[in-house]
Ligand binder design. Structure first.
Ligand code: SAM
Length: 335
C-alpha cells in the first residue's frame, strides 16, 4: 500500500469511527450483541443501506466483527475488544467524548488546512466565526466547556497510569498539576503515591465544572484551585506537572509559565512533563505531526527540544520515557 492509500484509509477510519460513535453503535451492540444491519438501522434510526455500509467499514477496520451466522440468514454484528474497551460510552477507558471532541472541534480545523498551511497560524478564529454564524456562539457556552472537559478527562484516563508510573515520585509529598482540568491525572497520582497531595490548578470556569467529574473519587488529597497559570501565583509544591499544556502555548506564553514554575521551585523540586515527543528528525510519530498540522498556537517538539527549553529555566532533565501510551514523559529537577 502506498503512503497515499494508507492515509486515505486513516481518514476513512476516523470518519467511520466518528459516525459509528455518534450513532452509539458500539453501545447498542454492547447491550444487544448479534443484531443484523436492518435491526441496527432501526435502532439508530438510520437507513438500512447507510447502516450496512458503515458496519462493513467498521468490520474492515477492526472495530466490529461479524458473528457466526448459523441459523441467521444475514450477518450479525458484535463489538471487537477494541470497541468494548475504548468506544462504548460507559467503558472505563471510553474515548467516546474524545472522539466527539475530535469530530466537533479538531476536525473543522482541518477543513481550513489550506489557509493554515498558507498562513502558518491557528484557524480557530475562522472556525469560531463559521460556527457563531450557524450556532449562536456555542463555543463559549458551558456545554462546549463541559464537552471539552469530557474529552480531556476520557483521554487523560487512558494515559494516566503510564504518566503516573513513568518515574518514581514516591519521595515527593506535594504536587501541583498545572492545567490539570478534571483531576484525572491527580487522582491517578494519589492512587500510585498514597503520601502525595495534589493541587489541580485550572481556570475558574473549568474548576467550577470539575466537581461533576469528582463524584466517584472525592478524596481530600486532591484539591482544586481556580487561577490563571500565566498571571496568578502558583501553588507551592515539590512536583509541578504539565500534561498536554506546553504544545498548545505560544513561545511567549510558554516562557512566562516556565519562568513562574521555575521561580516557585526550590533546588531539588521536580517537573514532570508529558507530551507527544517527536522523533529528533521529526519523522514521527504521526499522531504528533497531525496534531501539529491542526495548527494550534503552539508547536510539537522533540524531547531534546523540551530539555533545551527547560534547561534555560534552570531544570536538568533526569530521564525521558517513551511509554507505549499516546503520551511520553520527561522528568526534570530544578538545579
Ligand atoms: C489540553 S488541556 C490538558 C488538560 C490536562 N492536563 C490533561 O492532559 O488531561 C489544557 C488545560 O489547561 C487549562 N488552561 C489553559 N490555559 C490556562 C491558564 N491560563 N490558566 C490555567 N489553566 C489553563 C485548560 O482549561 C485545560 O484544562
Amino acid at each position: 500500500m502506498t503512503k497515499f492509500e494508507e492515509n486515505s484509509v486513516n481518514k476513512g477510519f476516523l470518519l467511520a469511527l466518528f459516525t459509528a460513535s455518534k450513532f452509539c453503535v458500539f453501545d447498542l451492540l454492547h447491550n444487544k450483541p448479534g443484531l443484523d444491519a436492518e435491526q441496527i438501522a432501526q435502532e439508530i434510526k438510520a437507513s438500512v443501506k447507510g447502516t450496512e455500509t458503515l458496519l462493513e467499514a467498521c468490520v474492515s477496520l477492526g472495530l466490529l466483527r461479524t458473528k457466526d451466522t448459523t441459523g441467521h440468514p444475514k450477518p450479525v454484528f458484535e463489538n471487537t475488544e477494541l470497541a468494548t474497551h475504548f468506544l462504548r460510552s460507559d467503558a472505563c477507558f471510553s474515548l467516546h467524548a474524545y472522539i466527539q471532541h475530535c469530530n466537533d472541534t479538531l476536525w473543522p480545523l482541518f477543513s481550513h488546512l489550506d489557509s493554515a498551511v498558507q498562513e502558518g497560524t491557528s484557524q480557530r478564529e475562522k472556525v469560531k466565526k463559521c460556527k457563531e454564524m450557524s450556532e449562536d456562539s456555542f463555543c463559549n457556552s458551558r456545554e462546549a466547556k463541559l464537552r471539552f472537559m469530557h474529552a480531556m478527562h476520557s483521554s487523560a484516563k487512558v494515559a494516566a497510569t503510564d504518566v503516573a508510573t513513568a518515574f518514581d515520585l514516591s519521595s515527593y509529598k506535594t504536587a501541583c498539576d498545572v492545567g490539570g482540568c478534571t483531576g484525572a491525572i491527580a487522582y491517578e497520582l494519589i492512587k500510585v503515591y498514597p503520601d502525595l497531595s495534589v493541587t489541580v490548578l485550572d481556570l475558574p470556569a473549568v474548576v467550577e465544572i470539575s466537581e461533576l467529574f469528582q463524584r466517584q473519587h472525592a478524596d481530600k488529597r486532591v484539591t482544586f484551585k481556580a487561577g490563571d497559570f500565566l498571571k496568578d501565583e502558583l501553588p507551592k509544591a515539590d512536583v509541578y506537572i504539565l500534561v498536554r499544556i506546553l504544545h498548545d502555548l505560544t513561545d511567549e506564553k510558554l516562557h512566562i509559565l516556565l519562568r513562574k514554575i521555575s521561580d516557585a521551585c526550590t533546588p531539588g523540586c521536580c517537573l514532570l512533563l508529558s507530551e507527544i515527543f517527536l522523533e529528533e528528525n521529526r519523522s514521527g510519530p504521526s499522531r504528533g505531526l497531525l496534531q501539529a498540522l491542526s495548527m494550534s498556537e503552539g508547536k510539537q517538539r522533540s524531547a531534546v527540544e523540551y530539555s533545551r527549553i527547560l534547561k534555560d529555566h534552570g531544570f536538568i532533565t533526569v530521564q525521558v520515557k517513551h511509554t507505549n501510551n499516546f503520551l511520553d514523559s520527561m522528568m526534570c529537577v530544578k538545579a
